[in-house]
Write a protein that binds this ligand. Structure first.
Ligand SMILES: O=C(O)CCC(=O)C(=O)O
Ligand SMILES: [Fe+2]
Length: 364
């Protein structure tokens, strides 16, 4: 471990493995992107002197469950295969980490070009500057699909419903910070880290964390959101990943990601009957949260996509329970699901009546 003088440990700093990470963060290319460098540096410094010890891998499965080596064919993942996917036309869910926005019409080539700019020594503070990441690159025939990834053996059982959508890959470069958020409602995210160094900050969806985070959920994040979460949320765990490995991100784990190097992970979704209690509780949380939003005069358009996501969770559970209709878990889950179906129909009515009111208001 090479320690720059300014990064030598001080009294009260105990998560010393992060000093190496801080050294990377404080070096080019990241040190050349002031906006991201500053925020990330503050986050890592806070983690180094965090009042509790934070190993580089969680020791339990509250946030992440490790599955060891990924199940795949003989061809290993490579940057070249990933680029074949990225350079296909289509929606790759591109995000600009400097301005914290998504832009339409950004191509795979634009994403790659932005990865190279920090090494040109051009001014990274000029207003036209972008640092893109592609958050959902579908696997294609000439790309990572040739690796033939599959979910681990134990998930190949009818108690588990695997998404039939193509696996998608997240590709980000050094300095990218995805601020704290949570994805979906109750589904598990099966992931394979492919390459590069990435630091995950993870918080379990405890009652306190959900209550505290509800106001930020789906909202555009400010650059201090993750620092704020470090102060406010409980149960922080870290995961520093550098090599190919499979893991499951538990439902609604709050997470932030820092790309220390250019890095990629790929994945799919799994609905797990044995975990139905936790999962359906999160669908319920989502419905309540959404009801709260749609009952106020919050712009409907902001929540339509999220309402569709909740509906897709319910459809997945209907399919999973149908496949397992004779099992005790499915019978117990079914009565909970009926309640959620009812709440969803109430939510849809509310959407409709607010839509009609808006139309009337416009006509008057
Ligand atoms: O890698 C990142 O920056 C974000 C990844 C993420 O949030 C996810 O895969 O759910
Ligand atoms: Fe995420």
């Amino acid at each position: 471990m090479c320690l720059a003088l300014e990064n030598l440990p001080l009294p009260g700093q105990h998560n010393l493995w992060l000093i190496d990470v801080l050294n990377h963060w404080n070096s080019p290319p990241i040190s050349r992107i002031p906006l991201l460098h500053d925020v990330g540096k503050k986050i890592i410094q806070k983690l180094i002197s965090f009042p509790i010890s934070l190993p580089n891998i969680p020791s339990d499965s509250l946030t992440i469950k490790f599955l060891g080596s990924a199940k795949r064919g003989n061809i290993p993942p490579s940057m070249g295969l990933l680029l074949n996917d990225l350079l296909q036309p289509g929606f790759h869910n591109v995000w600009d980490f400097i301005n914290q926005t998504s832009e339409s019409g950004v191509t795979g080539k634009d994403v790659l070009a932005s990865f190279i700019i920090p090494s040109t020594l051009l001014d990274m503070t000029s207003p036209e500057r972008r640092l893109y990441g592609a958050l959902d690159i579908p696997m294609t025939k000439g790309g990572l699909k040739v690796c033939k990834y599959e979910v681990s053996d134990y998930l190949q059982d009818k108690k588990y419903l695997i998404s039939d959508r193509a696996w998608t890959t997240t590709f980000t470069t050094s300095g990218a910070i995805t601020h704290t958020h949570m994805d979906y409602y109750g589904r598990h995210q099966y992931m394979v880290h492919l390459f590069g160094h990435k630091l995950w900050l993870l918080w379990p969806p405890t009652e306190k964390n959900l209550e505290c985070f509800a106001k930020f959920h789906t909202q555009p994040s400010t650059s201090n959101l993750t620092l704020h979460c470090l102060d406010e949320l409980e149960g922080l765990q870290l995961f520093y990943t550098t090599t190919e490995q499979a893991f499951v991100l538990q439902p609604n784990v709050l997470h932030a990601c820092m790309s220390v190097g250019t890095s990629a992970h790929t994945g799919t979704w799994v609905w797990m009957l044995p975990e139905y209690k936790v999962s359906l509780q999160m669908v319920e949380w989502g419905l309540k949260w959404m009801m709260g939003k749609v009952s106020t005069d919050a712009p409907l358009l902001d929540y339509k996509g999220e309402a569709e996501t909740i509906k897709s969770e319910i459809v997945a559970w209907q399919n999973l329970l149908k496949k397992n209709h004779e099992s005790d878990d499915a019978i117990a889950a079914y009565s909970q699901l009926e309640k959620l179906e009812y709440e969803l129909s109430e939510l849809q009515k509310l959407f409709k009546s607010r839509g009609k009111k808006r139309k009337r208001d416009r006509e008057e």
